[in-house]
Each structure stands twice: as C-alpha cells, then as structure tokens.
Design a protein around this ligand. Structure first.
Ligand code: ARG
Length: 430
C-alpha cells in the first residue's frame, strides 16, 4: 500500500513518460568554443567552431567570432575537439558484471535500482548522453528515467525497454533455479497472443522500445547460444504489436536462423548478430535492419568472468561466439550493413562503453564511421534524429569534448573531459 502511494506521487511529479526527458534546461544562452568539431552528418572536421545553445537546444553552429548574444555565458574548451553526445543502443544500467551468476542472490531486489543510479552517472560522465536500456527488472529503467528527468539524480537520456520479452526457458527467462524454486518474470510469453499482451503491458508501464530474445545467449544457463527461441509467427506478432504502439523492436540474436527470422518479421535492430552470414546481411539491407554488435565485451568476459562468478557453461559459450562475432562485424561492415553502436554495458562495467570504439576500428571501421555509429546512426535508430546524434541547430545541446584527435586515435574517446546534456554542464573541463 505504502509503495503504491509513493508511486502515484512520483508519477504526478515527473514529466510524462512520452517526453524524451532530461533535467531542467539551463535558461541562459551558452556559447561553446573549441579547437575542432566533428561534423558527423558530413563526416568532416570543422576548425575553430562556435556552438550557441539556448534553452537546452542548439541555436546555431558556426565559427569563433560569429555574432552571439552579448549576455551569453562563454565556455572555451581550448585545444579540445567537440563531438555530439554519444549514444549507446544497448546497455543494462542496473547490472554489475562483478556480481555474476549466482552471486546476485545475495542482494535484495531494490539493490539493483541503486546500482542503476550509480551507473547512470558513470555513463553520462563517460560522454554517453543517451542510452537505450534493453532489459531491466522492476521497471527500473523507467524509474531511472523519471528520477533523471525530475532532477533527483544525474544520468543520460534513457529510452527504456523495461523487461526483455522471451520464451519459457530462453535467454530472457530465469533459468538458473531448480523446478521447486519459482522466479516468474512478467515478460515470459509463448505464442502470438501471450506475446501481444506482454508488449501492451510493458508499454502501459513505460516501455518506449521492445526488446525480445530471438535466440539463446551466452550468459544464460541451459540454452544453446545459437538456437532460435521464437518462431517466425511469434516474432511477427510481437513486431506488429510493438509497431502498432509506435515502438521499435530490438532483438537479442546470436544464431543465424533467429537473426534471419527476426529481420523477416520486421524487427528494427539485431543485437549481437554473432553468427549472421552473407544471406543475413542481404536481408538486413533489404529490410533496413540495423545491427548493434557488442564486440568489446568478449575481452572483459574472458579475462574477468571466472572471477566474477560467470557460469562455466557461459564462458564456454563465449569462447564459441566471441571471435566469430568480430569476424561477422568485419564482414557485415564490408557488405554495407548499417551498424549502430551497442555495447551491452553491464556485461562489462558501465562507464567503459567507449572501449568498444577501438574494437570497431580494429575490425574494419574508420574512426569517423565508428563515431557515426554512436551518434548520427544511433539517433536515427531511436527515431530521435531531430533531438540527438549530431551538433546541429534544433537538436539538444548534448556535447562532449576530448583532448587529442579521435580520428587519429579513437581511444581518446575513453577519456572525455567535458559533458553537456541539454545545455547543462554535467562534467566541466576545468
Ligand atoms: N548479453 C549477451 C549474452 O548473454 C552477452 C554476449 C557477450 N558476448 C559477446 N561476444 N558479445 O548473450
């Protein structure tokens, strides 16, 4: 009862769920200058840029010395390079990889909400001003979004999926307990009708994107990583229900059969995509499906997994797909599949998201392409290309700055000196 009363009050205070919420915008006009700016729309570098931000949105992008309101607050970032706030299409803010496998059972349910508070801040401080949270229990991602929007805590803009939907016994079910221990998930659904109902229920409680498990996974127990877990018919019902409610669909899929079926069903993004092949690439291009391939975390899982409590069978599955996924990334890029930046933060420590840029470059992308995957492409994938993903008049004042040249050495993105979100300085360069 007490919990219900608190929730009702919280909803009354927070911004409506449909708003791409953020902390209250700074009222004044800001003029930001730096040595360089990466124009991700054109794929070029602008020297001596000046960006004017009014009421949280970019008013103009020009050159140092251009006219600006006299009473504006000035922020000069010296020799640094400005980029749009980064976007990660695949995170789990309420996860901590150092508590893996059965270790999580030591903690009470709401512990994970608090983990999410800490990780939201770390993620924003790392330069990721927008994230898509593709799976968390208890509608925690909606709570985080509301708390960030209402100014209680600091964090990125969040596009929440709430629970990830999946079949009984699949990657999105809880499979680590014996039959006598019940751990029901509200998002386990089988057959088109049950699936449609779950999609509508998640939407009702704040989901803005739907995530489902189309195949097995690495970190789950008892399933085979490549095996398809929903039929084409089930996927079609899910996608139809989600699209009808204006939500896009992200599919966890490692195996080829599940990847191809999800593309045919009209899913918007394929997460992981480890065992996709040339036929999958062709299908993805035909359907305009984007792949978000988490190609950094293999290093982390193999190095730290055993110490973190990851199941032995999961480590074995990681060895099956890790290298293969990177080779698939390279081939998908060469084949012209659109690749977004999705890193699976939470599988490795949240806040280290930018480590994936170096892997993307190592496996075939130019640094500019890797940056575009995490900005302009990701903004489009979210359907928020008028709000985020580029430093352009009209979009939010989401800016970051780094020392050094990210186009010469993409690892400089791992150390972000300055972060602004919606015209509010979240990390100051001095
Ligand atoms: N959440 C994913 C799963 O359990 C993580 C996969 C990590 N490994 C990788 N090579 N991307 O399947």
């Amino acid at each position: 009862m007490r919990r219900f009363a608190a929730c009702t009050l919280g909803l009354a205070l927070a911004a409506p769920l449909s708003v791409f919420a953020q902390s209250a915008p700074a009222p004044q006009t800001l003029v930001v200058t730096a040595a360089h700016l990466i124009d991700v729309l054109k794929g070029t570098v602008v020297d001596d840029p000046q960006v004017v931000i009014t009421e949280g949105r970019i008013a103009s992008v020009g050159l140092k010395g251009d006219a600006a309101p006299a009473d504006a607050k000035r922020i000069d970032l010296g020799n640094r390079t400005l980029l749009p706030g980064l976007i990660d299409l695949h995170v789990h803010l309420t996860s901590d990889p150092t508590i893996s496998g059965y270790r999580g059972l030591e903690f009470t349910d709401n512990f994970w909400t608090i983990v999410g508070v800490a990780n939201a801040k770390k993620t924003l401080q790392a330069g990721f001003t927008t994230v898509r949270n593709v799976g968390s229990a208890n509608y925690d991602d909606v709570a985080l979004k509301q708390a960030i929007g209402a100014g209680y805590i600091s964090g990125p803009r969040i596009v929440p999926a709430t629970y990830a939907i999946g079949a009984t016994g699949g990657h999105c079910d809880t499979t680590e307990f014996p039959p006598s221990v019940s751990a029901p998930s509200p998002a386990v659904a089988n057959g088109p009708e049950e699936i449609r109902k779950v999609v509508r229920t998640l939407r009702k409680y704040g989901a803005e994107v739907i995530k489902f498990c189309g195949t097995g996974g690495v970190l789950s127990k008892t399933d085979s990583v490549g095996a398809q877990q929903y039929s084409l018919e089930e996927m079609q019902a899910l996608v139809e229900a989600a699209h009808m409610l204006d939500m896009k669909v992200a599919v966890h899929a490692h195996g080829k059969a599940g990847i191809d079926a999800a593309i045919r069903a009209g899913a918007d993004t394929i997460e992981h995509a480890s065992l996709a092949d040339a036929e999958s690439f062709k299908l993805a291009k035909q359907h305009g499906t984007v792949f978000d391939m988490d190609i950094y975390n293999d290093d982390y899982i193999l190095a730290e997994g055993a110490r973190n409590g990851v199941f032995a069978e999961s480590l074995e599955k990681e060895r099956q797909v890790g290298l293969k996924q990177r080779q698939t990334f390279q081939a998908a890029h060469a084949a012209g599949v659109t690749l977004g930046f999705g890193s699976d933060g939470g599988v490795y420590p949240n806040g280290d998201n930018a480590r994936q840029f170096a892997k993307m470059v190592e496996w075939g992308m130019r640094p500019m392409e890797a940056i575009q995957a995490a900005t302009v492409t990701a903004g489009k994938v979210l359907g928020k290309e008028h709000d985020v993903g580029a430093i352009e008049a009209g979009r939010y004042g989401d800016l970051i700055a780094v020392s050094g040249d990210p186009l010469a050495d993409v690892t400089v993105l791992q150390t972000v000196d300055f972060v602004m979100k919606g015209g509010v300085v979240e990390k100051s360069a001095d």
